[in-house]
Design a protein. Structure first.
Length: 191
C-alpha cells in the first residue's frame, strides 16, 4: 500500500458523526468512579475464504488511530467489516460490505454467523458480530475498494501462511482477524 501521510494532527472533537466522547460516572462497591469512553456503533466483520485460491481475502487500509499510536504502521490488515448504522438484518449489512469493499456478490444463504464479541472494551465496548463466507471468482462483480472516499485494498493470504502472518508484528491486525483464522482451522479446514 503506497500511503503518503502529511499534515497529521489531532484536534478536540466537538460535533461528531460516528463516535461520541463521554464521561461516565458511577458507584462501584461504594466508591465513586469516573471513566472516559466513546459511544459508537456496533459492527460486523466477515472472514472470506476464496475456494479456488485456497486463501483468505483480507482488506488493507490506513487507520488514523493506529497511525496516531505507531507511525510505522501505514496500513492495517483486517477482515471485511463495517458499522451497523442502518435498520437491516446483520447478514444483509455483511453482504453489502463484501460487495463494497471486496467486489463479490455473495448470496445471503452463504453467510454464516460465527459469534459476537465486544471490541475495545476500555474505550468503546462496541459489539462486533463475526461471520464467515466462502467465495469464488464466479461471484466477482467489480474490483471493490470501498465507497465514497474509502481507500481500501484487498489482498489474498494463502491459508498455509496464516500462522506466520498472525505472529508478524510488523503488520497491524485486529484480534477478530486472528481469532477467525483459528475458528476456520477448527471448523472448516478439511471438513
Amino acid at each position: 500500500m503506497n500511503n503518503k501521510i502529511e499534515n497529521f494532527k489531532t484536534d478536540e472533537l466537538t460535533d461528531t458523526k460516528f463516535v461520541h466522547p463521554v464521561k461516565i460516572t458511577y458507584t462501584q462497591n461504594g466508591k465513586n468512579k469516573a471513566w472516559e469512553a466513546v459511544k459508537s456503533f456496533d459492527s460486523v466483520a466477515v472472514l472470506l475464504y476464496h475456494e479456488e485460491k485456497n486463501s483468505f481475502l483480507l482488506v488493507k487500509q490506513f487507520r488514523p488511530p493506529v497511525y496516531l499510536n505507531d507511525t510505522s504502521k501505514l496500513c492495517t490488515y483486517e477482515l471485511c467489516a463495517g458499522i451497523v448504522d442502518k435498520e437491516k438484518p446483520l447478514e444483509v449489512i455483511v453482504k453489502e460490505e463484501i460487495d463494497e469493499e471486496c467486489g463479490y456478490k455473495v448470496p445471503l444463504e452463504n453467510i454464516e454467523k460465527i459469534t459476537s464479541f465486544y471490541t475495545n472494551v476500555g474505550v468503546s465496548g462496541g459489539c462486533q458480530s463475526l461471520y464467515y463466507a466462502s467465495i469464488n471468482e464466479s461471484m466477482k462483480v467489480h474490483k471493490g475498494g470501498g465507497i465514497h472516499d474509502e481507500e481500501i485494498e484487498t489482498m489474498f493470504l494463502p491459508v498455509s501462511s496464516f500462522r506466520d502472518f498472525i505472529y508478524d508484528e510488523n503488520k497491524a491486525k485486529t484480534p477478530g482477524l486472528m481469532f477467525s483464522f483459528f475458528w476456520f482451522m477448527d471448523n472448516k479446514l478439511d471438513k
